[in-house]
Design a protein around this ligand. Sequence first.
Ligand code: IGP
Length: 261
Amino acid sequence: MILDDIAQETRKRIDRLEREGYYDEIRRRMKDFIPKKGHSFYRNLKAPGLSFICELKKASPSKGIISEDFPFEEIAKEYERAGASAISCLTEPKWFKGDIDYLRKVASEVEIPVLRKDFIIDLCQIEEAALAGASAILLIAAILTDEEIKGFMKEAENLGLDVLAEAHDEKEMERLLSAGARIVGVNNRDLRDFTIHMETTERLAALVPEGVLLVSESGMTDEKAVKRMRQAGADAVLIGEMLMKAENRPVLLKKMIQENS
Ligand SMILES: O=P(O)(O)OC[C@@H](O)[C@@H](O)c1c[nH]c2ccccc12
């Protein structure tokens, strides 16, 4: 399964960077780190109306290159001006052609919170995210043990980062909720075969208790799908490809925000 391949690849990269001393430098810089206050990611998602997390996505394993030229700073500012609640920045280099430096630049240029979208399997990636200016991290239940989920959530909390905790099915959702997740994401894309099932959000929404925020992720290709996710009970949607490929991103985003306010 692709998720396991990506997690393995990520482990190899972390081990190599560790040998090269990269994370020693991160740990050294963490001594002066001051956590952000206010949990702006959580707060913005909780605001009335459907919130939009807009993704910077150059490529993906299912679609290959999505955006040949990738003026990520311009796109981030477009998202912000059009009313996005947060920006999701892919930082996984091999399959998504992401880069932690994209996040660092974007976080310094926009006011809205930025989510580190990656395959987090080690504490050092959480410290790296915090230093780069992220406000939140993604944790994917499918690649983590219960102990890891709890430990990583604690570390994020200590560093002032919010966690978007991602599930694909009932079992994963229950694991995340019992670990104390306050923001859960349901991924409509089945990462075994890349098929999209919008019913996944509808099915899992029933398990999300009052007070926990629900984010519907992936597979929304038109405005109808976004409305459907709002009707399913989503507090926020996470959209990549539809916005990356839009002829006029601000116009499309503003329209969707207005229609779902
Ligand atoms: O481009 P889409 O179909 O709108 O999807 C965005 C986002 O949900 C997707 O990129 C995603 C959801 N969960 C992930 C985990 C890792 C990498 C990527 C993802």
